[in-house]
Design a protein around this ligand. Structure first.
Ligand code: TYM
Length: 328
């Protein structure tokens, strides 16, 4: 069975962007693939995190995975820091990467621009991500559009290692949805919806109560026209709302255009809000149940146990090939 791996940072409230761009595909892929889904807490600390909040968010993201439909009996769900080979293989890949290729990463450029001091962890972030993926020889990595460049670097690092030390790592393929790979901010159709945006009105959090969702959508930026038409270049905000609608209501973009022809934005936004609420309500209910039982700790423990054997084996083999003296 082909293998899938992906991860999400516990660095704030998960958004509808994370759900549509990534989590929805996790749920689909578990039907046909061996799946590993990770809460990447080691990545989250590449920007400052308040310790209590990091702990809470780690638990929360894991619970959201399950609430969204990931079945722990089929997929291994674990915390990155519970499986120490991630950090160790990450270091080995850091030594294989070039400054120039890390400097070209747009996520690094975005997160570091205008800052007086930039953490070194933010710079080497993609080498840890490469380790996450290659540790399990994943075939497929479901991600949103913003992670494509990191995936390309992962592929380069796998090939570099294989050339230097002999074929060992699978070169992974990205798995990026056709619609919804880049859900945009509600207040600016040119910026990605992001959990780290300081304006909560710019994103829909998966745990936003229904009335908050309705308010955010009614205030979402549109344009001065009145046609519900999919045209990302000229109508980025309306097109983005249509992508969200399409995912939440299971309708095609054409069907949405036809339904709202000649009606303006009011009716469209109202129905969109109800579609989002309907999509998130069962997830929120299930989330509350999971959090109330504490079962997430057992799920994370089991997940880490499942994957640890593979992770340790891969790390050992990589170290052996690189010339480390292994303890006997
Ligand atoms: P992160 O935590 O920023 O985002 C998690 C996933 O959500 C996707 N995503 C979006 N998709 C569509 N529209 C959006 N507005 C949007 N915002 C986020 C992201 O593309 C991602 O798939 N580096 C990764 C975490 C990571 C990882 C890995 C992923 C660490 N190791 C190994 C895959 C494999 C990240 O920061 O994702």
């Amino acid at each position: 069975m082909p293998r899938v791996l992906s991860g999400i940072q516990p660095s704030g409230q998960l958004t509808l962007g994370n759900y549509i761009g990534a989590i929805q595909n996790f749920v689909k892929l578990q039907e046909t693939h061996e799946c590993f889904f990770m809460v990447v807490d080691l990545h989250a600390i590449t920007v400052p995190q308040e310790p209590a909040a990091l702990r809470e968010q780690t638990e929360s993201v894991a619970a959201l995975f399950i609430a969204a439909g990931i079945d722990p009996a089929r997929a291994s769900v674990f915390a990155q820091s519970h499986v120490s080979p991630h950090a160790e293989l990450g270091w080995l890949f850091t030594t294989l990467a070039y400054m120039g290729e890390l400097e070209r990463m747009t996520q690094f450029k975005d997160k570091s621009s205008g800052k007086d001091s930039v953490g070194a962890g933010l710079f080497v972030y993609p080498t840890l991500m490469a380790a996450d993926i290659l540790l399990y020889n994943a075939d497929l990595v479901p991600v949103g559009d913003d992670q494509k460049q990191h995936l390309e670097l992962t592929r380069d690092l796998a090939q570099r290692f294989n050339q230097r030390y002999g074929d060992m790592f699978t070169v992974p393929q990205p798995y990026i949805p056709k619609v919804g790979a880049r859900i945009m901010s509600l207040d600016d159709g040119t910026k990605k919806m992001s959990k780290s945006n300081p304006n909560p009105g710019s994103y829909i959090a998966l745990l936003d109560p229904p009335d908050v969702i309705r308010k955010k959508i009614s205030r979402a930026t549109t344009d001065s026209g009145r046609d519900v038409q999919f045209n990302p270049a000229e109508k980025p905000e309306v097109s983005n709302l249509m992508s969200i609608y399409s995912h939440c209501a299971d309708m095609t973009l054409d069907e949405i255009e036809a339904r709202y022809a000649g009606q303006g934005y009011g009716a469209f936004k109202k129905d969109l809000a109800e579609a989002v609420v309907a999509k998130l309500e069962p997830l929120q209910k299930r989330y509350a149940e999971i959090r109330s039982t504490g079962e997430i700790h057992d799920i994370l423990k089991q997940g880490a146990e499942n994957v640890s054997v593979i992770a340790h084996q891969t790390l050992r083999e990589a170290k052996e090939r690189m010339g480390f003296l292994l303890p006997r």
